[in-house]
Design a protein around this ligand. Structure first.
Ligand code: F6P
Length: 489
């Protein structure tokens, strides 16, 4: 069956019926900011919001998230709500305000200095701080209070997202019997040996085991989670049902590989706005028809392997200098979590690296790496995918990675090859990519050469297969399958 908006609507009616639907995440899908005295909005680039906004457009309901834009307060009503998407409002965004201390302790501290490196296992040491943990609990309680206020005594399904809200289900269930909860984790779950160092591991597992359904991207993460429970708690693990019973309550654990709105991206890639953005990009970066363009799009995060990618490009030009002036790499890198040392250091390191690599290989009017730092609109991002002959996605570890799926959806003309890290969740589905180990610089450089030299018919064959996979396993299927599982429970 081909999943689409209509199919998802039917499933929602069956599963949710008259119940209230509430999604809870840290990141909001639209951020309002002041620019030159006017209020505008941006769409954040993270995978969670990219995937869930199309789902909410169909499901309606209320999305509860932290409002961190400097104009967010100016546009909400007295209930701190605004209808979004701004261009065609159809669901409610309820904003939660955090103090500086709360943001610092809960978001920068516990979530991103502690849980993020703990779950990704990319050799960045997690830091757990008691004060951060206290704020993590306070903010989870704040989300719970807001949701309880929205739901009141109605029946509701609360769909919790990601690692910022591990305690939320338990806090809700303690106060309300009319709420069903499910939690989807957008990042990997670590193996039990890595997880066991977390000082708050018991509270975290107990929080997650309050849910009726727990979703991960891939089976491997489900397995890691069940093993972590086995090591840390006195719980009954049912491998047949893949469920955990703890304190008399059963939580079903399942894999749901997240995806993108294939049809929407594919249709936008034919729009006039995208065509004109492509022309502008080509002009701005002096791209001619015979330039082989490689692109990368990442938040500037040490898990994304951007340093490793540029290092492989450096090696590629060292080994194969005949490609100088013929191949160019455009990396879009959005600043992220800059109040954390590791992120600031990475950003500085990247600046130096790009400078060095360009200095080493550049000629009079050509440089191998173009680093884009400015915010790009959705149309510009799709235009970037469209001008690319290859997309380089090289995380050291990633739950899924949606950049590669967006690239595939934008490639209606089949003219593009995907170079993909074997350490992404997406690698399990996208078999026609060229796979790399981002830690292996030499082989990565050779893979780039392979991509550049791949014959056109082989590129098209691979892209056709990749598009079939992403079209069939789109975001509506992800949401539909999740809800169907909930119905069974
Ligand atoms: O895949 C989704 C995700 O990686 C989240 O886990 C994360 O919250 C988000 O994208 C981006 O990070 P942030 O919300 O901190 O900007």
């Amino acid at each position: 069956m081909q999943w689409d908006k209509t199919q998802l609507k039917k499933t929602i009616r069956k599963v949710i019926g008259e119940k209230l639907l509430v999604i809870a995440s840290n990141r909001e899908p639209y951020i309002h900011t002041y620019r030159e005295g006017k209020i505008e909005y941006i769409r954040p680039v993270g995978g969670a919001v990219t995937a869930l906004d199309p789902v909410m457009r169909v499901c309606k309901g209320t999305w509860v998230a932290y409002g961190n834009g400097n104009a967010d307060k100016a546009v909400v009503n007295s209930k701190n709500e605004i209808k979004v998407p701004p261009e065609k409002p159809c669901y409610k965004l309820r904003r939660i305000w955090l103090t500086k201390d709360e943001e610092n302790g809960y978001y920068y501290g516990y979530s991103n200095k502690g849980l993020w490196p703990l779950c990704h296992m990319t050799y960045t040491r997690p830091q757990f701080d008691d004060v951060d943990w206290a704020y993590y609990k306070i903010v989870n309680q704040k989300f719970a209070n807001t949701i309880l206020g929205i739901v009141k005594n109605r029946k509701a399904f609360v769909w919790i997202q990601d690692y910022h809200l591990f305690l939320l289900s338990k806090l809700l269930k303690e106060k309300a019997k009319n709420i069903v909860t499910a939690h989807f984790l957008h990042i990997p779950w670590p193996n039990p040996e890595s997880f066991r160092i977390c000082p708050q591991k018991q509270e975290i597992l107990e929080g997650l085991l309050s849910n009726n359904l727990l979703g991960f991207h891939i089976r491997y993460h489900c397995g890691n989670f069940m093993e972590s429970v086995r090591s840390e708690l006195e719980a009954r693990i049912d491998l047949e049902r893949t469920s955990v019973t703890y304190g008399g309550h059963e939580t079903v654990v399942r894999a749901f590989p997240i995806s993108v709105d294939f049809d929407e991206i594919s249709a936008s890639s034919e729009s006039k706005a995208v065509t004109s953005a492509m022309k502008k990009l080509k002009y701005e970066f002096s791209i001619t028809d015979d330039t082989f363009v490689m692109v990368g799009l990442d938040r500037i995060d040490y898990t994304k392997g951007i340093i490793e990618k540029i290092s492989a490009i450096d090696r590629f030009f060292e080994k194969f200098p005949e490609y100088k002036k013929k191949v160019v790499f455009i990396q879009k890198g959005g600043l992220s979590r800059m109040h954390i040392d590791k992120y600031r250091e990475l950003n500085d390191k990247l600046n130096n690296q790009v400078e060095e690599v360009n200095w080493k290989h550049s000629t009079e009017n050509w440089a191998p790496v173009i680093f884009i730092r400015k915010h790009m609109s959705r149309d510009e991002i799709i235009a970037l995918y469209k001008i690319a002959d290859a997309c380089l996605v090289s995380p050291l570890h990633d739950g899924m990675n949606l950049v590669c799926k967006e690239f595939i959806a934008a490639k209606n003309d089949l003219k593009g090859i995907l170079i993909l890290s074997q350490f992404t969740g997406a690698a399990r589905e996208l078999n026609d990519a060229i796979f790399v180990n981002p830690y292996d610089r030499e082989k990565f450089a050779i893979a780039i050469k392979e991509a550049v030299e791949l014959p056109q018919d082989e590129i098209e064959r691979r892209m056709k297969n990749l598009r079939n996979v992403v079209r069939d396993n789109n975001i509506y299927k992800w949401a539909g399958k999740f809800l169907e599982e909930l119905k069974k429970i």
